[in-house]
Design a protein around this ligand. Structure first.
Ligand SMILES: [Zn+2]
Length: 363
């Protein structure tokens, strides 16, 4: 079964206003879910607009992360107050929590991404973390959200750092799906990979312009935010699990085991994982193009002010056995790293990361 896309997607500058009548038809008592104080103003607007439509609306915030503690707390609020839908308005953690909770309670989820940092507003997937932000697992959901409201004016208020993070996460789609799935004899999967290639090309053309012109709302910016928040989700929807992740996300998941909670965004860590994946391809699979890809990505990532090494994520891998911990988690049984078409051992990861980090560590 494929969960390809949300039932309805409303996008553009006035998406929220256009979505209002649909939301009124869909729900009488929604719970608005958020997290960051920085996006409170937008959730307050959503709240008062829904209140003006005579809906019985309430708000709740995640305290930590998309974690079981917060999930059960929010579930109880919904059950006690008889809410009939979740409106998740925020970044990836909020969107993932909203989708997961709505599925558990069998009520519709409406996603309103407030940045272009991930494609979580689109997908039928929730990544579950500990309350300290350590990755536990991803959960496939039965369906994508009922309604996705991709309001450009909302997204324009997000810090440019979130856009850079979204670009890194969306770029990973091509590098991960093409290596894991290029030999899969399934037309739909092949078409998904080609969409991710066009997506990458668009980001290479428009990403930097978009990052530098966030407040202009020009076509580069619009194309880029929609690439990150919509098309990236579509690739996973059509291509399925193997089109979503490989080593870049496996290394991300491993790095979250030791990183300071919530200090770095998902895509910022995935970007570092992506460079390491390409290095693995170069060294362990003799892929000559991987070295060129690293050079090309490094130029863009520097322009986007993205971290490019684990040390830039605030971790010295040569301390506290961090290198071994990252290698062990990356290569654990259920890891997506095993989707790679060549064998990877923990020693390979240690070798590649040590080599990648060594010149940048100041002794
Ligand atoms: Zn991701």
């Amino acid at each position: 079964m494929l969960s390809i896309s949300p039932e309805t997607v409303i996008r553009g500058n006035d998406a929220w206003e256009k979505a209002l009548p649909q939301i009124v038809n869909l729900t009488k008592s929604p719970l608005i879910l958020g997290r960051s104080l920085k996006t409170n103003d937008i959730r307050n607007k959503i709240f008062s607009d829904l209140k003006n439509q005579d809906l019985n609306v309430n708000t709740a915030n995640l305290q930590f992360d998309c974690c079981y503690e917060d999930i059960s707390k929010i579930k109880n609020i919904i059950l006690n107050k008889n809410h009939d839908s979740v409106i998740a308005a925020g970044g990836g953690k909020v969107l993932d929590s909203g989708k997961y909770i709505a599925e558990c309670l069998n009520i519709p989820c409406i996603t309103i991404p407030l940045s272009a940092s991930t494609c979580a507003g689109w997908t039928a997937l929730s990544n579950i973390y500990t309350k300290n932000g350590q990755f536990i697992k991803d959960v496939s959901l039965k369906s994508c959200p009922k309604l996705l409201v991709y309001d450009h004016q909302f997204i324009q208020t997000a810090p440019s750092r979130t856009l850079a993070s979204g670009i890194a996460d969306a770029l990973a789609k091509w590098y991960e799906s093409s290596i894991t799935s290029s030999t899969v004899d399934d037309g739909l999967v092949q078409q998904a990979i080609q969409i991710s290639r066009v997506l990458r090309d668009q980001l290479l053309i428009d990403g930097e312009k978009a990052f530098k012109a966030q407040f202009e709302n020009n076509s580069s910016w619009r194309n880029t935010i929609e690439a990150c928040g919509l098309t990236a989700g579509l690739v996973g929807g059509i291509g399925g699990e193997k089109c979503r992740t490989a080593a870049a996300h496996a290394i991300h998941n491993a790095i979250t085991q030791i990183i300071t909670p919530n200090k770095f965004l998902h895509g910022e860590i995935v970007g570092v994982g992506l460079l390491l994946q390409l290095r693995l391809e170069e060294i362990k699979n003799n892929n000559k193009l991987a070295e060129l890809s690293i050079k090309q990505l490094l130029v863009l990532m520097k322009e986007l002010k993205l971290p490019t090494t684990i040390s830039e994520l605030g971790i010295n891998v040569f301390e506290n056995q961090y290198l071994e911990k990252i290698a062990d988690f990356s290569c654990r049984d259920k890891s997506e790293i095993h989707f790679l078409p060549f064998k990877i051992t923990r020693e390979d990861i240690i070798e590649v990361i040590a080599d990648f980090e060594q010149p940048k560590i100041k002794i």
